[in-house]
Design a protein around this ligand. Structure first.
Ligand code: FAD
Length: 513
């Protein structure tokens, strides 16, 4: 695309890449007695940077009390608040909005996803959605692929015969699918989770790995080489089963956090605090002291129980006196930097598939925002909004810090899309890019069966929620499942029941998958 044409299109960048303090460095939570002057200014990411860079905050003495403090207002934190309705909780969220990775935005009243896309029918996210009055609608569309300028519906079933590859490559796709189907993944969980998926893809045509090098980064942040074989093979078995039961509304899973906020605000407005960055968590014998930065000052709240719903990398920087092995496991958790690009057209350009895979492009796949409502009687598609998933490698994280890089990336996504099929060569009204530095933990070997268990061990008064306490991949349903358990755990802690820890450990050891 020429520069002049590119400049004509409106580009909007959103999202704070600093939200997850993206660049690793050694960070220290403040010792409780440290005497140092806080170095803070009005920007909330500045505070986060100071935590990242090891600044020692002088924690003021507690001036607030709450039975339960929830840290982080993504789907995990918001659902914990929902499960704790009627109780004395305080939720602290760093951004000025709630939702985390499941956050919807709108264009002229039409919602679209900036992150998390869909749930599975009946999973914890879907169950919560129904409870709060949302009926997620079925996708009913196996994933197509566009490759070599060819649209292939239902890639892993009938589509194999239509893949625009030589006969022997199609044969290899079929053999791979049949061989993988025979593997008993549950029985071999520990073994498969210790191996890279490439061990299983290597004997087949390289086009297979190319396909998974899109699917993996989009779904669990890792290329085939970095993917746990348990996750890769399990996913193939799921998508080739023909039993996919995905459900969603426009806005992706941001529709749930949007609605949760709407449901909670009237009664709990004062207990859901945005622009409140937690800078330190100090466990004491009878309470936990949580210090946060809000409205230009530091405040410490004393809590009886704390539910930590931020990623482990951040938790490791906030909590004092963590057991060394636990802290190491938290810091060992790997995260993919993950911008998402939304392209808004004022006319129908693509409505042929919900989630379409495009190996070897700047983006991995794209979804149609209003796919599940487009045929609802009375619905008119005013704009065709497409969401492009553009996961990056870890060593590309720093590129997100520069706005020009982000604009260039968004322009490349548009240019790649326009080249996919001749009918895509149209100019959009607007291109938006939502950047996140650390949103998705990577499904690397050992993360599910070993590392997460060490990282998310409950402390006496601290429960570790967030999607990265669950798995095998980063799932909204896991955030919700664990928050439900966290609400039960906190009731036990408040009642002084010594079994609270065992309950939290049980929730950690299980998984909805
Ligand atoms: C691009 C993308 C696509 C995805 N697609 C799907 C999908 O289709 N289906 C699915 O089930 N899952 C999907 N996921 C995964 C899903 O989004 C996550 O599992 C889920 O949203 C995580 O929610 P969470 O609340 O556990 O964590 P987060 O969303 O990470 O929330 C953490 C919150 O803590 C806040 N925070 C951080 N530091 C602090 C601090 N110091 N003080 C206060 N607050 C702080 C953050 O601002 C954030 O709001 C996707 C993820 C991404 C990134």
């Amino acid at each position: 695309m020429s520069h002049s044409r590119r400049d004509f299109i409106k580009y909007v960048l959103a999202g704070s890449v600093t939200a997850g303090c993206p660049i690793d460095s050694t960070l220290l939570a403040a010792p409780p007695d440290a005497a140092a002057t806080p170095l803070i200014d009005s920007e909330h990411f500045e505070v986060c940077h100071q935590v990242r860079d090891g600044h020692v905050f002088e924690n003021p003495a507690p001036t607030q009390k709450a039975a339960i403090v929830i840290i982080g207002g993504g789907v995990a934190g918001l659902s914990a608040a929902y499960f704790l309705r009627g109780q004395d909780f305080l939720l602290l969220e760093k951004e000025d909005h709630f939702g985390g990775n499941a956050y919807q935005e709108e264009f002229e009243g039409q919602p679209f996803a900036t992150g998390s896309a869909f749930a599975d029918k009946g999973d914890y996210g879907d169950q919560l959605a129904s409870k709060i009055g949302l009926k997620l609608l079925p996708v009913h569309n196996p994933d197509p692929t566009i490759v070599n300028k060819t649209f292939v519906p239902d890639t892993w079933n009938s589509g194999i015969d239509a893949l625009p590859y030589p006969k022997e490559v199609r044969e290899s796709f079929r053999k791979f699918r049949e061989d993988m189907r025979k593997i008993k993944v549950r029985e071999r969980l520990a073994e498969l989770d210790s191996e890279p998926f490439t061990k299983y893809t290597a004997p087949y045509a390289p086009e297979i790995q190319q396909w998974w090098d899109s699917y993996g980064p989009s779904n669990w942040g890792a290329t085939t080489q970095d993917t746990s074989a348990f996750i890769g093979i399990g996913s193939l078995q799921y998508i080739a089963s023909g039993n996919e039961q995905r459900v969603i509304l426009p806005g992706g899973l941001g529709c749930i956090t949007h609605k949760l906020n709407e449901v909670l605000q009237p009664q709990y407005k004062d207990r859901l605090l945005g622009n409140a960055t937690v800078v330190s968590i100090v466990p004491e014998k009878d309470e936990v002291r949580v210090t946060y930065y809000h409205e230009n000052k530091l405040t410490t709240v004393a809590a009886k129980a704390v539910i930590v719903c931020v990623p482990k990398l951040i938790a490791s920087r906030l909590i004092s006196n963590l057991p060394a092995a636990q802290k190491a496991a938290m810091q060992h958790t790997r995260y993919a930097p993950y911008p998402v690009v939304n392209i808004i057209f004022d006319k129908p350009i693509y409505n042929r598939g919900y989630d379409t895979w495009c190996p070897r492009n700047t983006f991995t796949d794209f979804i149609v925002a209003d796919w599940t409502v487009r045929n609802v009687p009375g619905y008119v598609q005013k704009h065709n909004i497409l969401t492009f998933y553009t996961p990056l490698r870890e060593n590309q994280r720093f590129t997100l810090l520069d706005e020009n890089n982000c604009k260039t990336l968004a322009a490349l996504v548009l240019a790649d899309f326009q080249k996919l099929l001749p009918e895509f060569n149209a100019n959009p009204l607007e291109v938006r890019l939502y950047r996140r530095g650390h949103p998705m933990f990577m499904g690397v070997p050992g993360q599910f069966t070993i590392n997460r268990l060490a990282a998310a061990q409950p402390l006496d008064r601290i429960f570790f929620g967030n999607a990265d306490s669950g798995g095998p991949e980063s799932l909204t349903s896991e955030s919700v499942r664990l928050s439900k358990a966290a609400a039960e755990w906190s009731a036990q802690v408040l009642a002084g029941n010594p079994n609270a820890k065992a309950l939290a450990q049980k929730a950690l050891a299980s998984s909805s998958q």
